[in-house]
Design a protein around this ligand. Sequence first.
Ligand SMILES: Nc1ncnc2c1ncn2[C@@H]1O[C@H](COP(=O)(O)OP(=O)(O)OP(=O)(O)O)[C@@H](O)[C@H]1O
Ligand SMILES: [Mg+2]
Length: 269
Amino acid sequence: MANIIAVYSIKGGVGKTSLAFNLAAVSAMCAGHRTLLWDLDAQGSASFLCDEKGHGRAAKAIFDREVAPAKLITASPWPKLDMLGADPSLRAVERLLLDAAKPKRLLKILQDLLPLYDHIILDCPPGLSELSDQVFKAADLLIAPVLPTPLGLRALDQMTSYLAERGGKGPDVMPVISMLDTRKSLHRAFLADHPDWPAIPQASSVEQMAVKRAPVQVFARTSRPAEVMRAIWDAVEGRLQVDAKAERQKALRGRPRIPSPSRSSQARD
Ligand SMILES: Nc1ncnc2c1ncn2[C@@H]1O[C@H](COP(=O)(O)OP(=O)(O)OP(=O)(O)O)[C@@H](O)[C@H]1O
Ligand SMILES: [Mg+2]
């Protein structure tokens, strides 16, 4: 069963797509996991990076439940990495989710895909919306790229406050410093204040992905960003294993009294 990993920030242009694409590539190509990258953003940036051609169906059809989700999947040029692409039709998804009053539509679609993959990575659009609420319900782990600036940190704080206000067990949040430029004193001070957060450097190789239409693992494997992406993926896997262990222990503790489904399968019903 796949883990669901969302790359999300309230803020736009902070490196979500670049990170989601690279992590999906590391998961598939370096770790050998069956990986699906789902582009949830009508801009279709991740689809562009993957050169995703689609099946001639509007990306929104998956949310209309007009078509089985697996039918819209395309293989990427790289082993073990599949893609669910985006196009401008996704602009209508917000209204659809609200009108249909289907607060678990995203989760239900993901349920169909869970058995097919080890990891499903969601490249999310920025902003708080019904779609982001549904992402928060579905994700096991939320990776939040943070610009190393006061406004970058503010966006993270806004998100964590929002998750706290919603209550319940929200996803585990993993902040990642994005576009770090250590020539800037502000960035250096930010890094010193958050020494435990992984940091992706500002680097032309990351920008080059949109020219080469490939992840840094493919054309700049020994670069610092490629190394950092691999380290972030290791940290992600570590977090997911810790979570899975905690779930197992919880299930074992509960077992003598009432035989009940595990928490994760309850959440997905
Ligand atoms: N580490 C980096 N170094 C240099 N440029 C970067 C880095 N990360 C992202 N970029 C560049 O910053 C821009 C925005 O990146 P990206 O599209 O990944 O952000 P995003 O958060 O997904 O944006 P949006 O909110 O519009 O979806 C792109 O031009 C990308 O190439
Ligand atoms: Mg993006």
